[in-house]
Design a protein around this ligand. Sequence first.
Ligand SMILES: [Cu+2]
Length: 92
Amino acid sequence: MISFQVDDMTCGHCVSAITKAVHGVDTTARLQFDLATHRVDIEPGEADVIALGGAITEAGYTPVPIERPVSVAAIGATPERKACCCGQGGCA
Ligand SMILES: [Cu+2]
């Protein structure tokens, strides 16, 4: 699994543009998007992080590779955040 943070990916058009770009370098890649966090997870066929990131860059976006999913430490690093993803602040 290769993950990118793509802050300039904002809508369904971006999703289809990135999907097309990635499939251009890796026809069997499987993509999963989270528009709320501007994140794309890619289960690659044969392409590596350089090829995948390059394809997304060429499509006009700014992919930043994410080493691993958000850790507990990373969540703890933003103590000013009161609500969680469900908006109720209690599902940690
Ligand atoms: Cu868009």
